[in-house]
Design a protein around this ligand. Structure first.
Ligand SMILES: [Zn+2]
Length: 401
């Protein structure tokens, strides 16, 4: 005889019960686990997470399936003593959620078998969504939505769901959707004449309780099709979030939800064009700016050294300006920018000047706690020490004279 009678096998709506404590265990993490002679708490297993609730004045935070050793209730709070009678209470919103996801999975998996002869190989209820891995050939949105439509049709017909206990010999003669994972007496879950499968989980009493099934996304994974779906309350919660996101985007365009994708696409295209045009104009502006800087620079026999620090100039923009400056003969450009939390540097020289910009850049980057390098005529770098940027440029200028 198993140590714990599993009341949830018979009735998934049984939420309160009395039971006797048969043992207490100290777990490795310091928590206490209570084993009862009977329980309505479902322990983690078969892709379905544990129930939570209360046992007397303690919280039940996890339930462990120790098979014939019983169900271990991990508690936080006052522990009962062996022999005590305790009152257990299941958290209904969580149980309902698991019922809906788990029963929804039976229905969706059966729909894939019926339509495409595609069995489900694994199932998981995760925190936000559920996953099934299906042996589905040539997955497409259309094929998957066809299965979703069939599953919802079965849900809205509100078909009764019943539990049958059979021997393994009896089971062998029945059209089970999947092979039983264990020998001996089997618990079968029957959804009208739509699905018959062995399972130890908690299920709805009729398909209507599942509410609705929706697929969020799917992908190919290890030769299978992984389908992310939600049922019942989760689907409604997800719809609310998705709707809010869609409405926020639509409001930015003062448009309707359905018009947003086309408007976003147009905006992205326009942005690309504007960026291209901006790049062209920056080149022109850099040439004009370079003329001005060259005109202001004092010039004697040494190369003309133009040293400047700008605010908020990107690495690309600095490089454009440096290129425009060294188009002028006998010129060295030592440019810096305070770009957000990064100090940027570009060093460049015209071809008729000697000097190793790469070496100068490496030294300068040491001073601004950063990294950089390049070629003898042009080098770039950046660092986090913004305060040292001016000093690093002065140092570079002095070493050229
Ligand atoms: Zn099940």
């Amino acid at each position: 005889m198993p140590a714990t009678e599993r009341l949830y096998y018979r009735d998934s709506r049984l939420l309160e019960f009395d039971a006797r404590v048969i043992s207490l265990s100290d777990l490795d993490d310091g928590q206490i686990a209570v084993t009862l002679d009977r329980t309505a708490f479902y322990p983690t297993g078969g892709g379905q997470p544990t129930d939570t609730g209360t046992l007397g004045d303690a919280r039940v935070v996890d339930c462990i399936d120790a098979e014939d050793e019983g169900v271990m209730h991990v508690i936080q709070g006052p522990a009962p003593e062996v022999g005590d009678t305790v009152h257990g209470k299941i958290d209904w919103p969580r149980r309902l959620d698991h019922l809906q996801q788990h029963t929804g999975q039976h229905i969706l998996s059966a729909a894939f078998v019926q339509l495409f002869d595609a069995p489900t190989l694994s199932f998981r209820v995760l925190e936000h969504e559920c996953e099934i891995d299906v042996e589905l050939e040539n997955p497409t949105d259309e094929r998957i939505e066809q299965a979703v439509d069939l599953a919802n049709q079965i849900i809205w017909e509100s078909r009764p769901i019943s539990i049958r206990q059979v021997t393994s010999e009896e089971a062998a003669a029945l059209p089970l959707r999947k092979e039983p994972a264990r020998a001996g007496e089997l618990r079968l879950i029957q959804i009208g004449d739509f699905d018959l499968t062995p399972c130890g989980g908690t299920h709805a009493k009729s398909t209507g309780e599942v509410g609705v099934i929706a697929v969020r996304s799917w992908e190919r994974a290890k030769g299978l099709t992984r389908i992310h779906f939600m049922a019942g309350v989760r689907a409604l919660t997800d719809y609310r979030k998705a709707n809010q996101t869609a409405r926020e985007v639509a409001a930015l365009f003062s448009a309707g939800r359905e018009d947003s994708p086309a408007l976003v696409e147009r905006l992205v295209e326009e942005n690309k064009k504007v960026r291209r045009r901006l790049g062209e104009l920056e080149q022109v502006a850099s040439r004009v700016e370079a003329e001005e800087l060259v005109g202001q620079a004092t010039f004697d026999s040494a190369p003309r050294i133009i040293t400047r620090v700008f605010d908020d100039r990107t690495a690309d923009s600095l490089k454009q300006l440096a290129l425009a400056l060294i188009a002028h003969p006998n010129t060295v450009a030592l440019l810096g920018s305070l770009d957000g939390d990064t100090a940027r540097l570009v060093f460049a020289r015209s071809t008729d000047v000697s000097g190793d910009m790469n070496r100068l850049m490496r030294k300068a980057c040491e001073m601004i706690d950063g990294r950089g390098g390049g070629k003898p005529d042009m080098a770039q770098g950046g660092g986090k020490n913004l305060e040292q940027l001016g000093e690093a440029l002065d140092h570079a200028a002095k070493s050229l004279i």
